[in-house]
Design a protein around this ligand. Sequence first.
Ligand SMILES: Nc1ncnc2c1ncn2[C@@H]1O[C@H](COP(=O)(O)OP(=O)(O)OP(=O)(O)O)[C@@H](O)[C@H]1O
Ligand SMILES: C[C@@](O)(CCOP(=O)(O)O)CC(=O)O
Length: 441
Amino acid sequence: MPTANASVAVSAPGKVLLAGGYLVLDRSYTGLVLGLSARINVVAGEILTEEGVQLNEIVVDSPQFQEAQWRYGYHLAPERGGIKVTQLQVGPTISANPFVETTLSYALTYIDAVVSSKKTHGAIKSSRIIILADNDYYSHSHASSSGRFAKFPVTLKGANKTGLGSSAALVTSLTASLLTHYLPATIFDLSSKQGKQTLHNLAQAAHCAAQGKVGSGFDVAAAVYGSCTYRRFSPSILNALPEPGAPGFSDKLLAVVDGEQWDVEVEDDGVTLPPGLVLRMCDVDCGSQTVGMVKKVLSWRSQDEQHSTALWNDLQSKNEDLAATLKAGALDQLPGKLSQVRELIRQMGRESDVPIEPDTQTELLDAVSALEGVYGGVVPGAGGYDALALLMRDDDQTLARVQDFLATWSRDKDAKVKLLGVKGEMEGVRQESLDVYDGWL
Ligand SMILES: Nc1ncnc2c1ncn2[C@@H]1O[C@H](COP(=O)(O)OP(=O)(O)OP(=O)(O)O)[C@@H](O)[C@H]1O
Ligand SMILES: C[C@@](O)(CCOP(=O)(O)O)CC(=O)O
């Protein structure tokens, strides 16, 4: 097998669900997904050993964080259980990274299965993986260095996430880098439609397994395809998968990833940002519990289905209006369309007793939306207290106006509200040139 191609680098974007939170969990509805300029980058290369020395090890480093090296041994499990990955203890402590570990099992098993089905020879060779995340994924009041990739004086657990979908971007770029590194371009080509489809299916499967639940998967779709309208896949597609290493895992994974049953619909021209308009994220420093919120909204949804379906249908049509307005570049209509979406989101929140757009966020959104150059905004995704997505004019004056306003707001309200540097962006996963990471490899 032509293992260990030269080192390869891949990056995948973060996400924001501009409209369609909760609805997108149901295949009858769609979500308006934007990719973000903040990317998770993964470099995969060979480990060079002295002649005659044989290693079976994958070393993963996330050098921006403290204690962020994970080393894994791997072997071919019996009864077609695929590649079983086991974390090795290096220092006195061992900290798990389930997203990295599960992705390694899934991607290496898939690679091994594809290669054996094509009757090419060779075992998977050791490799070294480096993860570099753009700074906006973490709140970094304590970050040192001002370069593209900050160095954080804390462990990954100690860094507060800003909710931009680091795990989905990581799983996607790690999977893509492994496929590109280990497979010849005739079998896997990241730039092709088929390559993206393979990556999407495999990354969805790995991400669901790592997080221990099947969400809508819009975050993985954003990482692969960038901005899009998204209709989820049927969760039953992933039902038949055993644990990595369990008998039959390898064949079943191959059948799932390459199977015809994927009913996901991604329209990558579904969401566009007209020239002169920018999407920016506002970080409100305080976390909310998405899991509890989802449970409560879905329980409200099932209590009076006729009523909740009517509300969701109405909200879906307002979300589609918003997408159409963006597509048409009808900027003067944006404030009205955003208000209509927000109104129904607040109704859903009131009826389900979930703080989807809590009063403090309403107050802030209304105030920011009144600034010159700001068209409006929403509580993205599941909503809650921790973020806003704003649509505004893409110029320095508007930026300064919003920044000044938020600084004053933070002082007056004793809150911590600030714009992140990240912007909405169209492009999904892509291969990168290695020189981008000078000094880190
Ligand atoms: N730079 C990194 N290096 C290694 N692992 C990372 C890195 N960034 C994120 N991860 C992995 O992703 C996990 C965080 O994923 P989680 O789903 O909790 O958050 P998120 O995807 O950023 O947020 P959200 O789903 O709210 O948008 C971390 O615990 C770690 O396993
Ligand atoms: C509530 C939900 O629809 C969106 C959650 O989005 P976020 O994690 O808040 O960005 C859940 C999902 O789509 O998996």
